[in-house]
Design a protein around this ligand. Sequence first.
Ligand code: ADP
Ligand code: MG
Length: 395
Amino acid sequence: MDKQTVRDVTWAGKRALVRVDFNVPLDGTKITDDTRIRAALPTIRYLLEHGARVVLMSHLGRPKGARNPKYSLQPVAFHLTGLLHDVAVSFVHDCVGPDAEEAVRSLGPGEVLVLENLRFHPGEEKNDPAFAQQLARLGDVYVNDAFGAAHRAHASTYGVAKLLPAVAGFLMEKEITVMGQALANPERPFVAVIGGAKVSDKLPVLQHLLPKVDTLIIGGGMANTFLAAQGHELGKSLVEPDVFDTARSFLGEAQALGRQVLLPADLVVADRLAADAAFSVCGVDAVPADGMAVDIGPATLARYQEAVRQARTVVWNGPMGVFEVAPFAKGTVGIAEAMAEVHGVTIVGGGDSVAAVEQAGLANRMTHVSTGGGASLEFLEGKQLPGVVALLDKA
Ligand code: ADP
Ligand code: MG
């Protein structure tokens, strides 16, 4: 990675102002999944071991610029105390202003302070310069470990990085290095699996990956649009007629580049979107007029799994079907299972794809499961993430 990291700083006595992604799911004040908090621990521990005073800031939910106890980070601070046992962790009820500044002043080396939700202030999402200035008063060096928020140019991800020396944390470094390597210098065959609901959402990803991959596998609702653009009748399936032309020219481009694109040959078709719906398997030419395609069919899955198993690099974004409805999760789970067997690099990015892999209990069988939904999608689109751009370049 061409950006400086926490390893490039001498920390003793310094205040590390660390942007983390503690946007965890809550049930009241109970944290139902602490993956994101655990993901930040290596950076926090490193800073503590090197004598820094650690000030942590994050957003949680969408309080839209106003104080709302429902989105307080206090339960997160409490949970962090449990994870860090012998470290003093304190919490302050605001992320800027006199109380926050006083709390930072009384922080000793090797101690942690958690600031209240950044988004209680409208200046955060507006990247207000005055708000960024207030944040900058709380640290000597800025660390960004919130990959999941790196696609946003907010005060805590972008503005403050312009005011303090700014470096990456370990999670940020890992996300960028693993995904960056896979795209820039993949071991081949390189297979990308792209699914999800809409072609229009995923066109930038498809276009960015096409020249890099050997094989592109298309599934999910998106595949319907490609099939319909080729002239197949898809009944009541989700299709986007306004991108038929785009879909056809994309397939033409793939052919011109000599890239293999796999589309479904059979589909699971249901009469409605419910766990108790009637469903059947049919070829792409035999979708009933009142049926909707909700998953890839078994023959398609077998073909896709074979392509995945032969790969040395697999990048996956977007489920193969409506996996939230149990009977229609087979294609998605099947891809995850094939990826788990790959001898090589396997990467899953995207909110729903990651949820599906975790639901299938296969997350720990992947090389990398990205912690950023929107951020990983933008990374796969080849976009520069503002939160990364703002960090100091390696000397
Ligand atoms: P990610 O969050 O991983 O980037 P997307 O948000 O693009 O993925 O797509 C996930 C959504 O796509 C899921 O809610 C899933 O139900 C939907 N989806 C997948 N296949 C179909 C289909 N055949 N018809 C309708 N929706 C689908
Ligand atoms: Mg999604």
